[in-house]
Write a protein that binds this ligand. Structure first.
Ligand code: C5P
Length: 221
């Protein structure tokens, strides 16, 4: 079974996907973490964020690996744990430019399909239902108001121990900019698949969202 969860930044995709993966013993794949890792690699190699060929070569050199350690998702590149680094505001501000590069997307999509393989998988991102796993049995499109997403991101920073001097208003502006770029790029823009179910999480608890998705999965099993 394949479950695709798409939606704009900080709509709660990874939070609910992780819980569902644990409950059902599905493999969880955070595709946003992969594009973030590409951005960290570009920065570490002092490359321009639009340098498609340079970044591709650097990704080949350093590699990107998602690992599950004690139930926690970790991202490794060049033998280093970059799980915290991929979440910094600098990387968030530049990831949309890197993820819009066609050859980078091609490489990540191939990797994502390979990781999904033949196992039960829940994958979150922007183009999972439309492009990566178009035959997924369950497709969810999570949305929430920009303000509530900014508040969640602020909380997320605090929980992960990432220091920020940004206000909630500034975070909201950054999120809106990223969503705009992700929805307006030429290749696989952020878009609800025709057969996806939209869930607005603004006024729902995490448990309510999880239960709604679990119900859809059960119906398809
Ligand atoms: O999900 P997250 O907010 O961590 O994703 C970071 C960025 O990675 C997105 O803003 C988008 O530019 C890119 N992305 C993408 N396609 C995906 C997942 C993420 O382009 N499937």
């Amino acid at each position: 079974m394949q479950v695709a969860i798409d939606g704009p930044a900080s709509a709660g995709k990874s939070t609910v996907a992780k819980i569902i993966a644990k409950k059902l013993s599905f493999v969880y794949i955070d595709t946003g973490a992969m594009y973030r890792a590409c951005t960290v690699i570009a920065r570490n190699h002092h490359l321009d964020y639009g340098d498609e060929e340079g970044i591709l070569k650097a990704i080949d050199e350093d590699g990107i690996e998602l690992r599950s350690e004690n139930g926690e998702q970790k991202v490794y590149s060049a033998g280093k744990d970059i799980s915290l680094e991929i979440r910094t505001p600098e990387i968030s501000a530049n990831v949309s430019q890197v993820s819009a590069l066609p050859k980078i997307r091609e490489k990540m999509v191939a990797l994502q399909r390979k990781m999904a393989g033949e196992t039960n998988v829940i994958m979150d991102g922007r183009d999972i239902g439309t492009t990566v796993l178009p035959n997924a049995e369950v497709k969810i499109f999570l949305v929430a108001s920009a303000r509530s997403r900014a508040e969640r991101r602020m909380l997320d920073f605090q929980e992960r121990g990432i220091e920020t001097d940004q206000s909630v208003e500034e975070i909201e502006k950054d999120i809106a900019e990223r969503d705009y770029k992700d929805s307006h790029r030429a290749i696989s823009p952020l878009k609800k698949a025709d057969d996806a179910i939209e869930i607005d999480t603004t006024n729902l608890t995490i448990d309510q969202v999880v239960d709604t998705i679990l119900e859809k999965i059960k119906k398809n099993q």
